[in-house]
Every structure is written in structure tokens, then in C-alpha cells.
Design a protein around this ligand. Structure first.
Ligand code: NAP
Length: 497
């Protein structure tokens, strides 16, 4: 027997928690949050690598309606952010709605009842009116298909699945990748290992990370006078939005930022040859700009070697590069990022006509109206869906806009007596077309290879404007963009919790 509920939210990271809170704040209590793991937190539960922290200031990387006056630093650690999410679960009474160990294997829209059936591995299915997918984009680790990798006799793991049981002390370690994760854990492990070979395919632009501790008296001020913390949040928001103008409209305006990164490299790396190998040859901002004060110094340790020759093979005892050099190691750590297109497609969401989201996107290209709703998939809402990721500021801002939009869409359904809401194909196409043509002017299309782009160079990840425009656009759903169908007799009654 399927359990009947009004709303199913998949995932308990920032997206799922935010949606659940917004539902509660809107007086909607009939929902469950399905979480495949045994704890909440999403990215901030899974990424436990040494040095894991946010590279967006915490006053902004948190919900506007739930400020935390006790952030201990400007850029908080993984553990502190995870604690913050747990606090939100407690503060808004979400625990009774959470179902752990609930791995969603698929969901199917029933055209007769206008409801979703959500299948969960090992649990009863759920029968719901509304389905919200808050599954995050940076979730499925990407391990490169290196020749010989299966033959490696040592230990391998990905940064997002850190093997804390594997003591790195005194070991010879290879790290592959120099992205946002690697730049954080390499300085942490370098002093512990006997040798660290860091395999860099493309150098990243790195700028200083002004990460002072937040003094106790400042924390008290924020707690006693919340307006002061709101002012700090606004300051950070508008400073990053101002930078966003460069990312989204006039990449040439990024020269100041590039100068800052070059100066940082010059200050921190004295050796001209090493500096040359660490200097990117693409427009700053095209790939994520990294913030670090300890990455470059860690590369200059005697036991750390930057390897820039491409990898040719992995052997049972190490890694070979195209110049014929073989470097033996006993551990390989992949800081190689995530398979961003996989997450929603792997959910196996089946809409009208028995078509899955994966098939629709494979045939028509990845896209969703405002990154949230997809034609052919009534009553389905995606959080951080296509083209709503960011390169310049906090995605929590986008998540909040989307969660509010979901509750307003439910209000629209209620006020019009509809049982289903479905975005019109024309509205979706118009949005996708506008986003794609707007992207051409942005820094992300300036010629580098990044995870923002698919294999054809199409960008289906990034929002190409400043974020306040998204906030304005998602304030409430435009009825004209949707088909609202009337309530059917005989659809199951839902019970309030
Ligand atoms: P990433 O930024 O995608 O970096 C992956 C790295 O692996 C790149 O240097 C890439 O080189 C390299 N790589 C991939 N395949 C390779 C291969 N076959 N051979 C050699 N090198 C290879 O991954 P990430 O560092 O895990 O970060 C992913 C995203 O997570 C970030 O962009 C960011 O959005 C998020 N993140 C955020 C924070 C935060 O503080 N908020 C922290 C960590 C991560 P190429 O550049 O040549 O492709």
C-alpha cells in the first residue's frame, strides 16, 4: 500500500530543508522528506574531506529567514554548516517529516489521478500530489576513466567519499585535479604524507581568502541586534552581485579580479617556472575562481610535486605520464568533481505519455522553465534545476527563491481549484532560449572547458544574470505560463500530520 501524502520532497540538503521550511511557514504540514542516507545535510554531510569549507561567506550562505549569529569565521567549515542545517531541522520541527534510508528509485505521474507515485528502495511507495526534487547537482562523484585504473593495487577514493579509515600519514599519495575541493584538502594533507604528487590538467585562478575568525563580541552584537547581521549580509550580497555584473555582461571588467589573482600568485610563488605552470590561460571566471591562502604555499613544500604532464596510464603501483615518467604511490585521491547531469536523470522521473525526464532531455536538450518546471511533468518541481547554478555568489539565495516559488505555485493551484499545474511548452522554450542566448555574453562561454558545459559546449548549469533578477522573476508563478487542470473526483484524500 502506498503512503498518501500531499507533498514529497526528495533530499534533505539545503534545497530539501528550505522547501520543507517554506511549506511549514505557508501552513502546509502534509509532506514527507525522503533522504536516502541516515542523516540530513546533502553536500555538507557527504563532503568531509580535510579542510572542507564554504568559499561563499556564511552570512550569505545561509537562509535569510534564519540568520546564525554564531558563525565562527567568515567562511565556515563543513561541520559548522552541517550543524546549521541540523539546527534548522530542529527550529522548524522538521524531524517528524523526515524518512531516512529512503532511496528513491523512480517516480511516475499517473494521468488519471493527477498524482505521483514515488518508489523507494526497501520502503512502501508514496502517493503524492506534488513532487519536489531537491537532489543537488554536485552529488555523483566523477572518476576519470584512466587506462589501467582497475589494476591499481593501492587505495583510491574520491574527495566526496573521503576514506577517514585510511591514514595518510607517511604515505606516497597522488591527487588528481586542482579544483575547488582539491585546493582545500591538499594544504591539509601535505604536511602528513611522505610525498604528494598533484596532477594538474588546467591551472585555476586563485584569489586570497579573507577568512578572519568572527570575534565573540561581534557574534554577541549579531545576536542582540539582528539588524547588524542583516546589514552585513546585504553588504556581502551587493558586493558579490557587483562582481556578478562582470561575470554576466562584461567579462572585460574582470581584469581587476585577474590582476588580484596574478598578484596573489606572484606574492606567494617565487619560482618563475612553477609560477608559469600555475598561470591559467583563460579568462578569469570561466571556471570557478578559487579562494585560498594556503594552496600555493603547500605546493612549495619539499614533499609536494606539481605534475603538469598529462596522465597516460595507471599501473599497479602508480601513475605514468606521457613523458614516460612513472611515479609510484600507494594512494590515489580523485579531486575530479561531479557528474552534474546524472542526478535528476538517475531519479527516473516518468511524466505524461510514459516519457522519462532523461529521455525528454536527451531528445530535446536539458531545460526547465526557470530551472523549476518541465513541460510534460505536471506537479513536479526541481530545485537547483537546469541553469540555476551560480559562479559568483550563494546558491542558497537561488534555493530560497525556488522554494518560495513552489509554495506560491501550490497557492495558485488551491485558489484556482486545480489538481495539476503544468508549465506550457512555449513558456519553457521561451525561457530556455532567452537563457541560452544570454549565456553567449557571459564569462562562462569564453572558451575554457568546465563542468558548467556539456560535451557540445552547451551550458545547462549556470544562471546568466545577477541573482536579484531571478528573485524578481520567481516571486510568483505567472498563471499564463501554466495549464491548470481542475480537481478530479476520486483522487485520494490526504491527511494532515
Ligand atoms: P571541479 O571543480 O570540477 O575540479 C575537478 C578537477 O579535476 C579539475 O581540476 C579538472 O581539470 C580535474 N580533472 C578532471 N578529470 C581529470 C582527468 N581525467 N585528468 C586530470 N585532471 C582531471 O571539482 P571539485 O573541486 O570537486 O569542485 C566541484 C564544484 O563543487 C565546484 O566547482 C564548486 O561549485 C563546488 N565546491 C564548492 C566548494 C565551496 O567551498 N562552496 C568547495 C568545493 C567544491 P580540468 O580543469 O582540466 O577539467
Amino acid at each position: 500500500m502506498a503512503e498518501v501524502t500531499d507533498v514529497v520532497v526528495i533530499g534533505s540538503g539545503f534545497s530539501g530543508i528550505c522547501t520543507a521550511i517554506q511549506l511549514k511557514r505557508a501552513g502546509r504540514h502534509d509532506f514527507v522528506i525522503l533522504e536516502k542516507a541516515d542523516d540530513i545535510g546533502g553536500t555538507w554531510r557527504d563532503n568531509t574531506y580535510p579542510g572542507c569549507a564554504c568559499d561563499v561567506p556564511s552570512h550569505l550562505y545561509s537562509f535569510s529567514f534564519e540568520p546564525n549569529p554564531r558563525w565562527s569565521r567568515m567562511f565556515s567549515s563543513q561541520d559548522e554548516i552541517w550543524q546549521y542545517l541540523r539546527h534548522c531541522v530542529d527550529a522548524y520541527g522538521l524531524a517528524p517529516h523526515l524518512r531516512f534510508g529512503a532511496d528513491v528509485t523512480g517516480a511516475r505521474f499517473d494521468e488519471d489521478s493527477g498524482r505521483w507515485r514515488v518508489d523507494v528502495n526497501g520502503l512502501d511507495a508514496f502517493d503524492c500530489r506534488i513532487l519536489v526534487a531537491g537532489v543537488g547537482a554536485l552529488h555523483h562523484p566523477k572518476i576519470p576513466d584512466l587506462p589501467g585504473l582497475a589494476s591499481f593495487a593501492g587505495t583510491t577514493f574520491h574527495s566526496a567519499r573521503w576514506r577517514h579509515d585510511h591514514d595518510l600519514t607517511g604515505r606516497a599519495v597522488a591527487v588528481i585535479g586542482t579544483g575547488a575541493s582539491s585546493v582545500q584538502f591538499v594544504p591539509q594533507i601535505a604536511p602528513r604524507v611522505a610525498r604528494l604528487d598533484l596532477y594538474q590538467r588546467t591551472p585555476a585562478w586563485v584569489t586570497p581568502k579573507p577568512d578572519p575568525p568572527i570575534a565573540a563580541d561581534r557574534q554577541q552584537l549579531y545576536a542582540r541586534r539582528p539588524a547588524t547581521q542583516r546589514a552585513m549580509r546585504s553588504l556581502l550580497y551587493w558586493a558579490l552581485e557587483a562582481r556578478g555584473i562582470g561575470f554576466t555582461t562584461t567579462p572585460k571588467a574582470m581584469r581587476l579580479l585577474e590582476r588580484e589573482a596574478r598578484t596573489h600568485l606572484h606574492r606567494q610563488v617565487a619560482d618563475a617556472d612553477l609560477r608559469a605552470r600555475l598561470t591559467p590561460h583563460y579568462q578569469i571566471g570561466c571556471k570557478r575562481v578559487l579562494l585560498s591562502d594556503d594552496f600555493y604555499p603547500s605546493l612549495q613544500r619539499d614533499n609536494v610535486h606539481l605534475v603538469t604532464e598529462p596522465i597516460s596510464e595507471v599501473t599497479p603501483h602508480g601513475i605514468g605520464t606521457v613523458d614516460g615518467v612513472q611515479r609510484d604511490v600507494d594512494t590515489i585521491i580523485f579531486g575530479t568533481g561531479f557528474d552534474v547531469s546524472a542526478n535528476l536523470v538517475r531519479l527516473d522521473l516518468v511524466g505524461r505519455g510514459g516519457r522519462s525526464l532523461g529521455d525528454v532531455w536527451a531528445e530535446e536538450g536539458i531545460g526547465a522553465h526557470l530551472g523549476i518546471t518541465v513541460s510534460g511533468f505536471p506537479n513536479l518541481f526541481l530545485l537547483l534545476g537546469p541553469n540555476t547554478g551560480l559562479g559568483h555568489t550563494s546558491v542558497v539565495f537561488m534555493i530560497e527563491s525556488q522554494a518560495r516559488y513552489v509554495t506560491r505555485a501550490l497557492d495558485l493551484m488551491d485558489s484556482s481549484g486545480a489538481s495539476t499545474i503544468e508549465v506550457r511548452a512555449e513558456a519553457q522554450q521561451r525561457f530556455v532560449h532567452r537563457v541560452q542566448s544570454r549565456l553567449d555574453r557571459t564569462v562562462w562561454q569564453s572558451g575554457c572547458r568546465s563542468w558548467y558545459l556539456d560535451e557540445n559546449g552547451r551550458n545547462f548549469t549556470i544562471w546568466p544574470h545577477v541573482t536579484w533578477r531571478y528573485w524578481l522573476r520567481t516571486r510568483r508563478p505567472r498563471p499564463a505560463d501554466f495549464v491548470l487542470e481542475e480537481r478530479r473526483a476520486g483522487s485520494p484524500q490526504t491527511a494532515a500530520m
